[in-house]
Design a protein around this ligand. Structure first.
Ligand SMILES: CC(=O)N[C@H]1[C@@H](OP(=O)(O)OP(=O)(O)OC[C@H]2O[C@@H](n3ccc(=O)[nH]c3=O)[C@H](O)[C@@H]2O)O[C@H](CO)[C@@H](O)[C@@H]1O
Length: 361
């Protein structure tokens, strides 16, 4: 049983673990448990798995009507989790962070189901911190996570990444055809995390003409909340077809394969995937996340000269110029590519499956 979600940064590692488990045990039965109305309720069935939804959300920092219903939601989710666990009788439960994994994993532990959590970030999330005392193992992606978790439970596996993203060699030509790009001209990919990023979108709109004049082609993922607005704004500037706007990229492997330089938020999974893909990257960490954890995620890369960091507050001014400069600098691109690749942990999903199997045994 695998539980969690809310954003791509939780959902895709969950799917990667399920796929790695299925690859070893074809007949394994896997059930996902997510939060009603959240991204996992759509993405998990698309990946071929069954998911059940709990009525659960986060606690808001200010007093809202939603907060009044929070205790009821927790109680309802705990009861529903208990029922789901009793019916499905899992051999193990894995929590990937996000609202639903709290009640599900608590109930799993209470019902003596071996339990693991997977923490994607260099700064531990609230749900995982609460579960840490109860579960048997905590699979992490960054060193020194015993600041948050009992040291004897921590295993450094890296973040589980979808298999197609670990196999990019020879996909560039197919990818260029797929996106309608000229394989001989440079490609910039702009990635705002699973939900899109206002700063990156504004920087793009302000600089479209500069990019086109520099012969740069762009794969620009703007996020579902910004799509209509960006489409309208893009229609007003001259676009010779070399700027491709997407609400959400389904074929991330192809997008990574064709990108020469990437501008990205520093969500944990983006960082892990870009490392595996070996892409020269400019990270613009989101300032809107707890404890500024995206800056911490990106910092590890920057300290190893494996990526460039531009602060969110400075992005509107200089980001696109720096990307154009980097696209032209072959030496710097090669150096960043080889250094970021050295940080990759492409076997994480399999190592997590090993940990699950040890617990079951
Ligand atoms: C705003 C916010 O709360 N962000 C958090 C969220 O990130 P968020 O979900 O935004 O970002 P991540 O970078 O961790 O993961 C994004 C995932 O979505 C996929 N993807 C993205 C765009 C797209 O068009 N298509 C696509 O498939 C990526 O390939 C990746 O697998 O969870 C991460 C992991 O806990 C945290 O580090 C982030 O700080």
């Amino acid at each position: 049983m695998i539980s969690g979600g809310g954003t791509g940064g939780h959902v895709y590692p969950a799917i990667a673990i399920a796929n790695a488990f299925k690859a070893r045990f074809e007949d394994a039965e896997i059930l996902f448990v997510g939060a009603k109305g959240k991204m996992e309720m759509q993405k998990v069935p698309e990946a071929g798995y069954t998911i059940k939804g709990l009525w659960i959300s986060g606690l808001q920092r200010k007093l809202t009507l939603d907060n009044l219903s929070f205790p009821f939601k927790v109680l309802d989710s705990l009861m529903k989790s208990k029922k789901i666990i009793r019916r499905f009788k899992p051999h193990a439960a894995v929590g990937v962070g996000g609202y639903a994994s709290g009640p599900l994993l608590r109930m799993a532990v209470k019902n003596k189901v071996p339990a693991i959590v997977q923490e994607q970030n260099s700064y531990a999330g609230l749900t995982n911190k609460m579960l840490a005392k109860k579960v048997q193992k905590i699979c992490v992606a960054y060193p020194n996570m015993d600041r948050f978790f009992p040291a004897e439970k921590v295993v450094l596996t890296g973040n589980p990444v979808r298999k197609d993203i670990t196999e990019l060699a020879d996909k560039r030509a197919t990818a260029a055809t797929h996106f309608g790009l000229n394989p001989d001209l440079p490609v910039l990919m702009v990635l705002g995390g699973s939900l899109g990023a206002r700063t990156l979108n504004d920087s793009m709109i302000q600089n479209i003409e500069k990019l086109i004049d520099s012969n740069v082609q762009v794969l620009w993922q703007c996020g579902k909340f910004y799509h209509t607005e960006m489409q309208e704004k893009l229609a007003k500037v001259v676009n010779n077809g070399s700027v491709k706007l997407f609400e959400f990229l389904k074929e991330m492997d192809l997008a990574y394969a064709v990108a020469d330089v990437v501008i990205s938020r520093a969500g944990a999974l983006s960082v892990s995937e870009l490392s595996i893909a070996g892409k020269p990257t400019i990270f613009v960490p989101s300032p809107n996340v707890s404890e500024d954890h995206q800056t911490k995620n990106a910092q590890a890369m920057v300290e190893s000269n494996a990526a460039v960091l531009v602060k969110d507050t400075e992005a509107r001014g200089s980001l696109i110029d720096r990307a154009i400069e980097l696209l032209k600098d072959e030496e710097k691109k090669a150096q960043l590519s080889s250094n970021i690749k050295a940080m990759a942990k492409p076997n994480a999903a399999n190592e997590i499956v090993d940990e699950i199997l040890k617990l079951i045994a």
